[in-house]
Design a protein around this ligand. Structure first.
Ligand code: NAD
Length: 423
């Protein structure tokens, strides 16, 4: 791990440190393009903004907001906005860089960006949440736009927040700019299939990986960490395909059912209560989650969850990274040496940005597609991208993560080289 930037001090397992070591691993496969590789190790722009609002009790609160555009060589920036009390500039930088790699891996005409506010949204009233969202949008308004950088939902943000962002940007520019964000409500230029797209992409890549390693989904035992937008949808699709979702962990705790959890009841329950105390499950200690006898693990919460220790204990044959950056580099080595196949975040969870791309295209053309068409196109793009990555991994005898970086970084750096340096 190696960083030349003065404004972050990454450690080996921190998000930016993890990303840098992933870039270092792909260098030997970049040939002459490696000359341009420093461009991957520094964001193009990182904006830090103050977000002051008047709270319901009359006090003034200040929150720290970020928007990072990691690389715009292949197109406008694309990436979500996260509301979380522990968001940092370093985390947003890493998330923006993974967006650059992800968009290139599925060959979408985007660069990578990400945003965040250091706030606990569960402690805000609806009115305070709207104020934070609108002020943040105004502050980052100088660098976002339908052709500049297009935010989307991430942890703790949703279609309503995207509607406020779209409205704020539109008010500030005297337009109705539906294409400035994706993940919007359907009647505001949102796309059918977007809400489930990331979980669906996790399922599609997981289905293909399972087929290739001869793992039958019928009766396969699945554990899911994080039961929000990504984790719950992926769980439902695996259950529909005949798998048994035996364990789920979220911020409220860990639950288990040997016969498979009843997702039709669990999903609505978890939305309002979290998974803990779900009737029809046994409660486990959080750390026991990593020792379970399972076939497939879907981390779909936050970064840094699969540590070296947990990687050594894991029984799964297949890890599907719904979350961004869930596996630290040392754990990656351990999983590879133990023969555990990891479908990395930068392809596994690319379904969300792929349907965001469909949404953006539909907004520009003002012509909307039906859900079957969206799901079929998503399936095709994900399978095609995974096949290319698999071939690259076989050719060089490297992990799927390094292969995804190889495919993506070749596209990013070729664009960089063709554009040339200005001036
Ligand atoms: P979400 O807010 O809908 O859900 C997050 C889930 O993680 C919740 O169930 C929460 O309880 C759980 N969680 C939080 N802290 C936890 C902890 N310490 N231990 C266990 N569980 C914990 O968020 P989401 O949109 O589903 O995003 C989840 C992950 O997927 C993130 O890494 C995000 O960057 C990534 N992702 C999301 C999208 C998208 O379209 N939403 C796209 C690509 C990647």
């Amino acid at each position: 791990m190696h960083s030349n930037l003065s404004y972050v001090q990454p450690t080996a397992n921190s998000p930016w440190g993890t990303y840098l070591s992933q870039v270092d691993r792909v260098m030997p496969y970049l040939g002459r393009l490696a000359r341009w590789s420093e461009t991957l190790k520094r964001p193009k722009r990182a904006l830090i903004v103050d977000v002051p609002i008047e709270m319901d009790d009359g006090s003034i609160a200040h929150f720290e907001g970020y928007r990072v555009q990691h690389n715009l060589s292949r197109g406008p920036g694309k990436g979500g906005v996260r509301f979380h009390p522990e968001v940092t500039l370093e985390e947003v930088m890493a998330l923006s860089a993974w967006m650059t790699v992800k968009c290139a891996a599925v060959n979408l005409p985007y660069g990578g960006a990400k945003g965040g506010i250091r706030v606990d949204p569960t402690r805000l009233s609806q009115q305070e949440l709207e104020k934070v969202t609108r002020r943040y949008t105004s502050e980052i308004g100088v660098i976002i736009g339908p052709q500049q950088d297009i935010p989307a939902p991430d942890v703790n943000t949703n279609a309503q927040i995207m509607a406020w962002m779209m409205d704020t940007y539109s008010m500030n520019t005297g337009s109705t700019a539906t294409g400035v964000v994706t993940g919007k409500p359907i009647h505001l230029g949102g796309s059918l299939g977007r809400v489930k797209a990331t979980g669906r992409g996790v399922f599609v890549t997981g289905r293909e990986a399972a087929r290739r390693i001869g793992l039958n989904l019928q009766g396969a035992r699945v554990a899911v960490q994080g039961f929000g937008n990504v984790g719950s949808v992926a769980a439902e699709l695996f259950a529909e395909a005949g798998a048994k979702v035996v364990a789920v962990q979220d911020h409220t705790g860990t639950i288990y059912n040997e016969a498979g959890l009843d997702l039709a009841r669990l999903v609505p329950w978890a939305r309002s209560h979290g998974v803990a105390d779900f009737n029809g499950s046994e409660r486990l200690d959080n750390e026991q989650f990593w020792d379970l006898n399972i076939d497939i693990l879907i981390p779909a919460a936050l970064e840094g969850q699969i540590t070296a220790d947990r990687a050594n204990r894991l029984k799964a044959r297949l890890v599907l990274e719904g979350a961004n950056g869930p596996t630290v580099p040392e754990a990656d080595n351990i999983l590879a040496s133990r023969g555990v196949l990891v479908v990395p975040d930068v392809i596994c969870n690319a379904g969300g940005v792929t349907v965001s791309y469909f949404e953006w295209v539909q907004d520009f053309s003002s012509f909307f597609w039906d859900e079957d068409e969206i799901n079929q196109r998503l399936d095709r793009i994900m399978v095609h991208a995974l096949n290319q990555i698999w071939d690259t991994a076989d050719r060089h005898k490297i992990t799927l993560r390094t292969a995804t970086f190889a495919v993506a970084c070749e596209r990013i750096l070729t664009a960089r080289q063709e554009r040339g340096l200005y001036p």
